[in-house]
Design a protein around this ligand. Structure first.
Ligand code: E4P
Length: 220
């Protein structure tokens, strides 16, 4: 399973890239606004230079022609850009055009299996179903991930990867892995939570205490 970080915060991206655990980055207009960075294009170029894996950069236009222009522009910013388009008729039309030109496209704002089938047929490299936002309205976000994974597995010609988005907890990551999702895009806070277990902390404290009592050293 690949781990993308879901943020546009350069400091967080640099820190997490240094762990060697990061396979890519996703941004969206809200995350870019939150980052406080004044120049979206420069921000995306900087992120793409830090992380070699796919970096999602989202279009702002909603109509086909202007969206296509934006998408082509974003695709040229770096080799590892995945252009992010919304799951709308215009977005999928742009997806097909870019995919035919060899660009990676991440189709975002997916909330149903039917939409995910359309994204695969449009040649998306990634489809982003939003589990947390479905959970928020009382639906079962992870059921959607499971459905999409099953459907894609039925059709080997679908090359679209399931990119689990709107992840809110380590449990979402584990459940996504259990159903075989290809990628999870995870907020930095949740990536850090993945490390945590009280028995790890307790066990380490005990080992340190016992080692000190032994009076030994590994080096020197
Ligand atoms: C990622 O591509 C999505 O835009 C993001 O995961 C949405 O997360 P949110 O529902 O927490 O805003």
């Amino acid at each position: 399973m690949k781990f993308f970080v879901d943020t546009a915060d350069l400091k967080e991206i640099k820190e997490l890239a240094a762990t060697g655990l990061l396979d890519g980055v996703t941004t969206n207009p809200s995350l870019v606004a939150k980052s406080g960075h004044a120049n979206f294009v420069e921000l995306i170029k900087e992120i793409a230079a830090i992380v070699p894996g796919p970096v999602s950069a989202e279009v702002a236009a909603t109509e086909y022609e202007p969206m296509l222009e934006e998408a082509k522009f974003l695709a040229k910013l770096a080799k590892n850009i995945a252009v992010k388009v919304p799951l709308t008729p215009a977005g999928l039309k742009v997806c097909r055009q870019l995919a035919d030109q060899g660009a990676m496209v991440n189709v975002t704002l997916c909330f149903s299996a039917a939409q995910a089938i359309l994204a695969a047929k449009a040649g998306a490299a990634f489809v982003s179903p939003f589990v947390g936002r479905l959970d928020d309205i009382g639906a079962r976000g992870m059921d959607l991930i499971s459905e999409i994974c099953q459907i894609y597995a039925n059709y080997p010609q679908f090359e679209t990867q399931v990119l689990v988005a709107s992840v809110r907890s380590p449990q979402h990551v584990v459940q996504a892995a259990l159903v075989g999702a290809h990628v999870a895009t995870i907020p930095p806070k949740v990536i850090r939570q993945l490390f945590d277990h009280p028995l790890t902390d307790k066990g380490l404290a005990q080992f340190i205490a016992d080692w000190q009592k032994s009076g030994q050293k590994i080096l020197g």
